[in-house]
Design a protein around this ligand. Structure first.
Ligand code: PRP
Length: 208
């Protein structure tokens, strides 16, 4: 049976494609893609498509994709009707709390405002510390928030730390490590068990 695999476009894309190539998959079309969105594997009975992180979860939950490759940050923020079966150990970054030097939200008394693309992750993180900040949803360039005075701090992903540094922000705390994960549709895991397991095993092998 053929597999349909949703890949996250953008930041994770290149790393995922490199991993697939190393595992012997025919990803030539993904490497030279133009504006196309769907790509047949040139060696195996697989169809890949590229989608935004949240949409990868949606396609897997609805069974349009059997497997999705997506960051743990996106999985932590929402969606739960899938099996998370593999830590791909790529796309590794940290969830961090950051802000302007000397303005640590964890030490501030009274009302605090936190800007983030991840309101649920942020609420859980502060809740565990017995704090309930006002959470301001920002869709991108989150680092602008504290710099322009929109918020006291941000909860965001940090990979190299360059964006924080270049905008004069510092890390106050690490929330957790994140990395790319393979998630599987629950029905596909039953009906296409052999194909799904073969794919996941190939990815596991490529790490060695
Ligand atoms: C992410 C994140 C940080 C940056 C961190 O944003 O929100 O802004 O990357 O990476 P670094 O530590 O290597 O500098 P992304 O590039 O995905 O774009 P966005 O701000 O538009 O969401």
């Amino acid at each position: 049976m053929s597999l349909s695999i949703a890949l996250t476009k953008g930041r994770l894309e290149e790393k995922t494609v490199a991993m697939l190539e190393k595992s012997g998959y025919g990803v030539e079309r993904l490497k030279d893609k133009g504006r196309a969105l769907i790509f047949p594997d040139t060696k195996k009975d697989i169809q890949y498509f590229l989608a935004k992180p949240n949409d990868v979860i949606t396609y897997v939950e609805h069974g349009v994709a059997d497997i999705g490759i997506v960051g743990k940050d996106t999985l932590m923020e929402g969606g739960k009707d899938y099996y998370e079966l593999l830590d791909m150990n790529t796309g590794i970054c940290q969830f961090i709390l950051a802000g302007l030097p000397g303005n640590n939200p964890l030490e501030k008394v009274g009302h605090i405002k936190i800007g983030t693309k991840y309101p649920n992750v942020t609420a859980s993180y502060f809740h565990a510390k017995g704090m309930e900040p006002e959470i301001i949803k920002i869709d991108g360039s989150v680092e602008l928030g504290p710099v322009l005075g929109l918020c006291d701090g941000i909860v965001d992903i940090m990979e190299t730390g360059t964006t924080l540094k270049e905008n004069g922000l510092v890390v106050f705390d690490t929330v957790c490590r994140i990395s790319a994960r393979a998630i599987v549709n629950k029905v596909s895991f039953k009906l296409k068990k052999d194909e799904v397991n073969a794919f996941l095993n190939d990815l596991r092998e490529s790490e060695k």
